[in-house]
Design a protein around this ligand. Structure first.
Ligand SMILES: NC(=O)c1ccc[n+]([C@@H]2O[C@H](COP(=O)([O-])OP(=O)(O)OC[C@H]3O[C@@H](n4cnc5c(N)ncnc54)[C@H](OP(=O)(O)O)[C@@H]3O)[C@@H](O)[C@H]2O)c1
Length: 396
């Protein structure tokens, strides 16, 4: 994996520092682990000696070797000695699924370690940096820290709040409709956009929808990928928020629950009725995990969704894709639980009878200044559609 002679810091055309140049490369590498390493963070490592990259590695798969270990094997035993290591996250100092990376570095003695950011994980939290310093290795912290934080924002959110990174996704027409007034929404976006959504699903821990979307569309919510795309795909849990337990036992979700997990989040109130108790038993017999929430929780839409997300995070869920519909998205936005938006706009117009808009909600906003804003966003063409991907500036 080592790069050839032309890969030196001198190749960088901009005016950024040499440290920033190599750290940027380590961050690019780290991103390769997206959707494969969670609930771990994405980490990249670049080894530089005399101005040349002599080895690199990234954390590729949950439970697999860390970036520093892969970089070590990439450049060979002698190459750490006296080199500078660029790592996007503090090297670990504890025994997890693998031994501490800090010990590997201390054994093989790089002269300097540049770290983008400290790891807030409680078993590390500065101890890795301290261990290196105590062993006489120079450590610099904070190079491209903002970029490193943005890269691992989902990991940082779960560690810091106990909630997963929540992505709201919808497809709409040019005039802002997500379904006709009769509820038809197949297909608003084009084939290329839909392929992209399947790739997105393959990087998620959970995909969440409202019960009305299940009733209207009977979706599968699985990642259906091309032959060469599926090797490292995640298998997301399919979550339905359904306080009145309306999900049909004959739906695609229920009938495939033994192959791909389905969790139904409902209210304890369904147990008050014999029909509710029977349905619940039927769902459990089909392999569905049913969670019952006390009515004090389920009666408040925001509290209910927050607790649903907390259950997902408690089981290691870092990224959750919410695929609608408008009522659930509205509740999530109103509760400040959305972190990112993925919106596909198709060159179609439904007009007056266009029906549903993507985000419902009770709160009346009287002026544009009250709108929910993005702190960053990128637009791109996907086939005939336009795709917006942005992170919210307002967090709950
Ligand atoms: N174009 C697209 O991208 C797209 C994507 C998805 C859906 N859709 C369309 O959207 C339509 C369905 O949307 P919808 O707005 O009617 O329903 P929805 O948001 O899919 O589901 C709403 C239901 O979810 C349950 N729910 C549970 N917790 C909730 C909470 N905290 N806040 C709000 N609802 C909660 C409620 O039933 P309980 O009170 O019983 O829990 C509620 O009736 C369908 O026509 C579908 O085709 C389009």
């Amino acid at each position: 994996m080592g790069l050839g002679p032309s890969t030196t810091a001198a190749d960088s055309s901009g005016s950024e520092s040499i440290d920033a140049h190599w750290m940027r490369m380590a961050l690019r590498l780290a991103r390769e682990g997206l959707g494969r390493v969670e609930p771990n963070p994405m980490v990249g490592c670049v080894v530089v000696r005399e101005g040349r990259c002599v080895g690199m590695g990234y954390h590729e798969l949950f439970g697999g070797p860390h970036a520093e270990v892969r970089a070590f094997h990439d450049c060979g035993e002698e190459a750490f000695r006296g080199a500078t290591l660029y790592v996007t996250l503090e090297p670990c100092s504890h025994y997890g699924k693998t031994p501490p990376c800090a010990d590997l570095l201390i054994k093989h003695r790089p002269s300097r370690v540049v770290v983008a950011m400290q790891d807030p994980f409680e078993q590390v939290s500065g101890a890795g940096i301290q261990k290196l310093r105590d062993a006489g290795i120079a450590v610099e912290v904070g190079v491209l820290e903002t970029q490193a934080r943005a890269l691992n924002a989902p990991y940082l959110k779960r560690i810091g709040t106990g909630l997963p990174w929540t992505i709201a996704k919808w497809a709409m027409t040019l005039d802002g409709a997500i379904a006709t007034s009769t509820g038809d929404s197949k297909w608003i976006s084009g084939e290329e956009s839909r392929r992209e959504v399947h790739q997105m699903r393959a990087r998620m821990d959970a995909i969440l929808v409202g019960s009305a979307t299940v009733l209207a569309d009977d979706p599968m919510l699985t990642a259906r990928l091309g032959k060469d795309e599926g090797a490292l795909a995640r298998r997301a849990i399919r979550v339905v928020v359904d306080r009145r337990l309306q999900i049909p036992p004959t739906s695609h979700l229920v009938s495939t629950a033994r192959e791909v997990p389905v969790w139904v989040m409902t209210s304890q109130e369904v147990m008050d009725q014999a029909t509710g108790r029977e349905k619940l038993a039927k769902l459990r017999d089909s392999g569905v995990r049913v969670e019952l929430f006390p009515k004090e929780v389920s009666r408040d839409s925001g509290t209910f969704l927050r607790e649903v997300l907390r259950i997902i995070a408690n089981e290691g869920g870092t990224n959750v894709l919410v695929e609608g519909g408008p009522k659930v998205l509205g509740s999530l936005f109103e509760a400040g639980l959305v972190d990112q938006v993925e919106c596909y706009i198709a060159p179609k117009i439904l007009g007056e009878g266009g029906g549903m808009r993507p985000v419902a909600g009770q709160r009346v906003r009287k002026c544009i200044a009250e709108s929910i804003r993005m702190s960053s966003g990128v637009w791109k063409s996907v086939g005939e559609d336009l795709h917006f991907s942005g992170v919210l500036s307002r967090q709950g």
